[in-house]
Write a protein that binds this ligand. Sequence first.
Ligand SMILES: [Zn+2]
Length: 307
Amino acid sequence: MEKPSGPSHTRSLVIGNPLSNWTIRTGPEGVTFPVAELDGGAAGPTWLFTAGVHGDEYEGPEAIRRAVAALAGTRFPGRVIAIPVANPMAYAAGVRCTPADGGNLNRSFPGDPRGSLTLRWADFLWTTFMSRADRLIDLHSGGTTWKFEPVGGFYRDEDLPLVAALGLTLWRAPAAKGVLSYEFRERRGRAIGAELGFGGGRDEAMAEKIGYALTMLARGQGTAFDRQAAGPVYVHHDVLTDANGEWTARCGLGQGVQVDQVLGEVHDWSGQLVGRVVSPFAGRVLSVRNLVSVRQGDLVAVIGRPT
Ligand SMILES: [Zn+2]
């Protein structure tokens, strides 16, 4: 076979025939990506399972593949639309954002048909898939930049059972314009966004656990909810650095911290301390920066305040 050439070569995920259950769809600029649409054969909600909105997060795609394999050909109430690689351009490059324009797809929804490539891509996904769904589970990980405790982000209390169904720490996510789960919740229906792992690797046990949970949700099971057993809800607070240099964490995931406790330090190329980041209040470390390189204004930690 002749080697493909041209700009679409590096952006295409699949060469050849897709596996059964999967269809290769084509988005703006001829970029291709896999989608599975399953009809359970009975009345019920339309679930949208997404992952790969950032291209360096790998538990979500595997969880979705597992759920599709388990649900395909079975009877369940409603439909499932499964998109394991929502940003195929970033995925093909193994990076968080769209290489061509640097756009963060998870700040771009519901998109703009006349905007940048990332905004057009968001518009395409929204009009083609999100507009047909009424429940969303959007799966993320810390990627290569951050370590993230496995958390399920929700915006409204009635969505807590979805987080509990995934067996994740309850995280009241910030209202953030352009974020897929937030915009879906505002416009379509029940939605959560999960953080499942970190480091650009893949936690196989986590992928299996979440794949099973997605399967049970689509089957209409697994949403029995005990508020006490589910544990505290953590309110999200970003912690940024005001220094440039090399980041060294002085805290660990899940650790309890006090107000003004040192979370990490920034040193310059010579090893000189140029910044020290402290916790703004007592809470739990939900995320800490993994990438050593850090610039002023970068996120270095997320502190959850229990409520
Ligand atoms: Zn992400």
